[in-house]
Design a protein around this ligand. Structure first.
Ligand SMILES: *Cc1c(COP(=O)(O)O)cnc(C)c1O
Length: 427
C-alpha cells in the first residue's frame, strides 16, 4: 500500500467525504515558499498553508528556537507553573497590541481562542450583574472556526447552520457591512449599515454579551473587505449599551492586511482580541485570547471568581518559543515594505482578470489577493494544475485567492498571479 493509498483509505481530510475523498498531494518537505512533493516536484505554497507561514516554511530562526526549546522543555503544564517562553511571548504580544489589551490567555487553536473569548464575555456580563446577557451578535459572512460555539457565529448561510439545524444556539446577525473598503463612507445610516446596527443593539442589548467579528477583512466567510468606519460606529454603540466588542484577528493579525493588526485600519480597540494562525509563523498550532484589564478583573468578580478555562496544553513552551521567534522576525518592521510591495504587485497583476467573462470582482489588501468568480469554483482543477504551474492554490466558494508568505519575491509572486489568472480565464 502506498502512502497515498493508505491516506485515501484511512485518513480524514478537512471537509471531506471518506467515501469520495478528493485528490491529495504527498508533501515530503518544505522550505521557504516551496513545498517538495513526491517525485521531487516543487510547488509554491501560495496559501501560506492556510495563511500561517508568513516567513515561509521551516524558517531557520524559528526552527532553531524550537530545537533549543525541545532540548530544554518541550512541555509542562501551565497550572501553577510558568516558563520563560510564555513570559517572553506575553511581553512581545503586549508590546505589539494597543495598550488597553494586556491580559493574555494562551490556547491551542484559533477556534478555541474564539470559544475562550466568548466565555470571557459571558462571565464578564454575569459578573457585572447583567444576567440574561449570554447572546452574541455578529455580521453575516463571518468565519470564526469549527468548534460548537464558534460555529454559531459563522455565517448562517455559507457556514454550517443549516446542516446543524436546531443544534446551535440562535445568535443575532447583522447584514454584511454594506460599504466596501475603499468606497466613500456615506453618512446616511440607511446606507452605511448603522441603522440595522442601532436597531439590533438597542433592541437586544439586554440579551447580548458581545459583538464578535473579523475587523475589515472577512476571510473564510468569503474574502470580503469592508469600510473600517463600520468598526468605529460599532465601538461607540457597544460602549453605549455595555456590550463587549470582540475582534477575531486570527486571519488578519501579524501583518497580513498591511498593518500589524487590522484594527489599526480603524483605530478601534476591542475589549477582547483573538489571535492564531500566523502567531507561530505557521510552525506549530497555537493561539491566544487577549483581554483588557477591565474585562479580566471584571471576570474575577464573577460568581466563579475565576475564568473557567484551562486547556491541557495551555502555554505550551515549544509553541511559545516558535511564536517568540516569529515575532522577532517581524520586530524590525521590514515586513511592512515587503507586504506593501506584494500588495502593489498583486493589484497590478490581478487587475486584468476583471475583463474575463467569469470574473465578478478583483480585490487586494496587503498580502491578500482575490479573484471572485461569478460561479462556484471547483478546487480540484487548481489542485490538478499544481504540478504544471508550480503553484499550489486552493480556491473556495467563488474565490480564487492567494495569501502568499511575506518572503515571496517578485518573480515567484508573478508565477502565483499567472496561475490565478489561468484558472480565472478558464473557469
Ligand atoms: C482560521 C480561523 C479561525 C479558526 O482557527 P483554527 O485554528 O482553524 O481553529 C477562526 N477565526 C478566523 C477569522 C479564522 O480565519
Amino acid at each position: 500500500m502506498t502512502p497515498l493509498e493508505f491516506d485515501r483509505d484511512h485518513l480524514w481530510h478537512p471537509y471531506t467525504n471518506v467515501a469520495k475523498p478528493g485528490p491529495v498531494h504527498l508533501v515530503k518537505e518544505a522550505e521557504g515558499i516551496w513545498l517538495t512533493l513526491d517525485e521531487g516536484a516543487r510547488v509554491i505554497d501560495a496559501m501560506s498553508s492556510w495563511w500561517c507561514t508568513i516567513h515561509g516554511h521551516r524558517h531557520p530562526q524559528i526552527v532553531q528556537a524550537m530545537h533549543d526549546q525541545l532540548d530544554r522543555l518541550p512541555h509542562v503544564m501551565f497550572g501553577g507553573l510558568t516558563h520563560d517562553p510564555a513570559v517572553e511571548l506575553g511581553k512581545r504580544l503586549i508590546a505589539m497590541l494597543p495598550d488597553a489589551l494586556d491580559r493574555v490567555f494562551y490556547c491551542d487553536s484559533g477556534s478555541v481562542s474564539v470559544e475562550v473569548a466568548m466565555k470571557m464575555a459571558v462571565q464578564y456580563q454575569m459578573a457585572m450583574g447583567r444576567t440574561g446577557r449570554s447572546g452574541f451578535a455578529t455580521i453575516r459572512g463571518g468565519y470564526h472556526g469549527d468548534t460548537w460555539k464558534a460555529m454559531s457565529v459563522c455565517d448562517p448561510v455559507n457556514g454550517m447552520h443549516g446542516l446543524f439545524r436546531g443544534a446551535l444556539g440562535i445568535e443575532h446577525f447583522l447584514p454584511r457591512p454594506p460599504v466596501q473598503l475603499g468606497q466613500d463612507w456615506p453618512e446616511d445610516p440607511a446606507q452605511n449599515g448603522v441603522a440595522e446596527m442601532d436597531a439590533l443593539l438597542s433592541e437586544r442589548a439586554d440579551h447580548l454579551a458581545a459583538v464578535i467579528l473579523e475587523p475589515v477583512v472577512q476571510g473564510a466567510g468569503g474574502m470580503y473587505f469592508y469600510h473600517p468606519q463600520y468598526l468605529a460606529e460599532l465601538r461607540k454603540r457597544c460602549d453605549q449599551h455595555g456590550i463587549l466588542l470582540i475582534f477575531d484577528e486570527i486571519a488578519t493579525g501579524f501583518g497580513r492586511t498591511g498593518k500589524a493588526f487590522a484594527l489599526e485600519h480603524a483605530g478601534v480597540v476591542p475589549d477582547i482580541i483573538c489571535l492564531g494562525k500566523a502567531l507561530t509563523g505557521g510552525h506549530i498550532s497555537f493561539a491566544a485570547t487577549v483581554a483588557t484589564k477591565a474585562v479580566a478583573y471584571g471576570i474575577g468578580e464573577s460568581e466563579a471568581g475565576v475564568f473557567m478555562h484551562g486547556p491541557t496544553f495551555m502555554g505550551n513552551p515549544l509553541a511559545c518559543a516558535a511564536a517568540c521567534a516569529s515575532l522577532d522576525l517581524l520586530a524590525d518592521g521590514a515586513w511592512q515594505t515587503r507586504v506593501a510591495q506584494i500588495e502593489a504587485q498583486l493589484r497590478a497583476e490581478l487587475e486584468p482578470a476583471r475583463a474575463f467573462d467569469g470574473v465578478a470582482d478583483v480585490r487586494v489588501l496587503g498580502a491578500i489577493g482575490v479573484i471572485q468568480m461569478k460561479d462556484w469554483v471547483d478546487p480540484s482543477i487548481a489542485h490538478a494544475r499544481a504540478r504544471d504551474t508550480g503553484v499550489y492554490l486552493r480556491p473556495f466558494a467563488y474565490n480564487i485567492y492567494t495569501m502568499p508568505p511575506f518572503t515571496t519575491g517578485p518573480d515567484d509572486l508573478s508565477r502565483i498571479t499567472s496561475a490565478m489568472l489561468g484558472l480565472a480565464r478558464e473557469a
